[in-house]
Design a protein around this ligand. Sequence first.
Ligand code: ADP
Ligand code: ADP
Ligand code: ZN
Length: 225
Amino acid sequence: MKNNLICVLIGAPGAGKGTQAKSVANYYNCKLISTGDILRENVENRTLLGLEAKKYIDNGNLAPAQIVVSMIKNVVKSFVENKAGADKSLLFDGFPRDLEQNKLFEQILDELNLSIKGVIYINIDDDIVYERLTNRRICPKCNRVYHLKFNPPKFDNLCDDCKVKLITREDDKIDVIKKRLEVYKKLTYPLIEYYRKKNKVVEINGNKSADDVLKDIIAGINCAK
Ligand code: ADP
Ligand code: ADP
Ligand code: ZN
């Protein structure tokens, strides 16, 4: 089946992009590409790319577009080449992050004869950003995301799946959260304006429960399809 549903998730840090991305990708059976997860894996494995990106991530800045875009280009190209004649649906979490990345992203899609169907904008209030991120914990082994209050692990501080001790992300410290929120407003938010003009934005109220947000996203994508 050729659906080629290409969607992008955009929202402030802590908006619930990662949480929703997994459920949405599962629902539509599309490949999920999360630049944050790929970059963190590279940091964890101390690759050259990871060592370079870490300087930016730890300060709450964006990693250089050049690094991120070439990384994405490789992932998308090899995915598409292996899917000749089949469904090439893709969901992007955390990419593109600014207008510069977006320009290169559109070129990549163009070359592969693909186009964006919808940009899912998860909108949350600033005070909720802090509540979400100071209580976020992740599994260092499988990347599963927890929240101490809203989505706690079954056993104290251990991943339900791996039984590994959960950690706090290095960049989920108050001063880095503040910086990431600034970067989001300055560099990422203009993308929403850009896609609004193209009538591609599905705006979702991200302050609701994760289940309600998922229902709204699926309803929104079904309308955009
Ligand atoms: P993002 O990828 O946008 O930074 P996450 O999906 O990692 O956000 O979510 C941030 C934190 O908030 C995590 O701890 C997650 O478990 C929690 N969370 C996500 N969505 C909701 C929601 N709708 N209500 C309450 N907590 C949520
Ligand atoms: P969040 O949405 O909670 O800020 P992400 O996991 O999407 O978390 O991103 C974490 C960090 O990884 C960002 O602050 C940035 O340093 C880096 N990063 C992720 N995606 C990109 C991207 N597309 N371009 C540049 N840097 C990125
Ligand atoms: Zn785990």
